[in-house]
Design a protein around this ligand. Sequence first.
Ligand SMILES: [Fe+2]
Length: 427
Amino acid sequence: MIEKKISSGSARAVKKFKVNTGQLEIGMFVCELDCPWEDTDFLMQGFTVDSQRDIEALQARCSFVYIETFSEKRIEIEKHAKSPPVGTKKRISAEKVNLKKQRPLESEIQQASHTYVGAKKAVQSFMGDVIRNKSIDIQEARAVVNECIGSVSRNPDAMMLLSQLKNKDEYTSQHSLNVCLYSLMLGRRMGLTGHELETAGLCGMLHDMGKLRTPIEILNKPGKLTDEEFQAIKMHPTHGREILLSSDKAVDQEVVEAAYMHHERLRGGGYPEGLTEVNIPFHTRIVTIADVYDAITSARVYDGSRSHLEATRILTENRGKDFDEDMVIRFIAGLGLYPPGSFLEMTNGEVAIVLENHATSRLMPKLLRIMDADKALTEERIIDLADEPRDEAGQRYAVASVLPHEAYGASFKSYYQRGLFANISHL
Ligand SMILES: [Fe+2]
């Protein structure tokens, strides 16, 4: 039995017990498993059992676990504790999220495509409303986010794959939808569920509506912006807030905050107000990371896209400075080393597109091979690296390097348009 003290304003003595999973009950706090957490679908290292499903999931994975219980005696340790920073509030209450895929990619991709196309049209319609000075239908936007949550919960890789269908001429609508999807992915990994997860998606979807008040020639200007032009760009969070506050129906505070603060940075230095960590809300932090990642990895009219590795390097280098450290780690873990849609060169010279990652062996994704060793297009074939396949020479078939997006002239979009991803179960 191990005793320790925790400090959360006032603290209680904590006792830890070993319990057979057959004896688990709803309400117990599981603090340790009989196997590494990384080998399970439970993200948080420590969570409360709150359903029979949790018990069954633990029984399927473990023979015994350790639970924590609190003694009655409370130990006052910090009577005048400061309130936690705004952004840490939810992190404390986030318990766990079941990230297990409920449906194979082959089954989800068709429904996800339908949802993705519908969501993109809806975003374009919201943008049209803003341009015509009409109010955004927030209920409709929530319904669209909910459709996306359904798909992401069944299999997040389907939507992540579709987020690669980028078209630089539709940057703002594409970006809004992708930031919504990335916010949902990160929100789930932060333990958000229900209304809070929905709000995270809505924050992402509507965060940049203020850009529709910025002159298009400034948004799409190649090369360096003048001071005046940069000032005009920096007005878009303020415009975004005004647009949302003038909605017919009440918009959640988190959504307005994300529109207004998504360019703020933890140590100041952002805009429009140069706020610091304690004033930047939780949902805004999620959107900020999703926004930066998508902006870096998307081609604009005036600029090419940069790779997943480059984007994760920038986020990692600035974690804890510009971006919430814990969220950056979870975001990158969520995308994996080879996110769906990545182009890979294999050890035998073939080229493949990543279809999906496995929850427990994320370095061995499922691929769609599209080119032979001479980089000639070849008959597509699904190869699952988790099966440890061999190439024709009998060597282990493995990833040699990550290629730039659409390497060797291969177009991700053309595979999508040919219906390949909708029919991958037949390949
Ligand atoms: Fe923005």
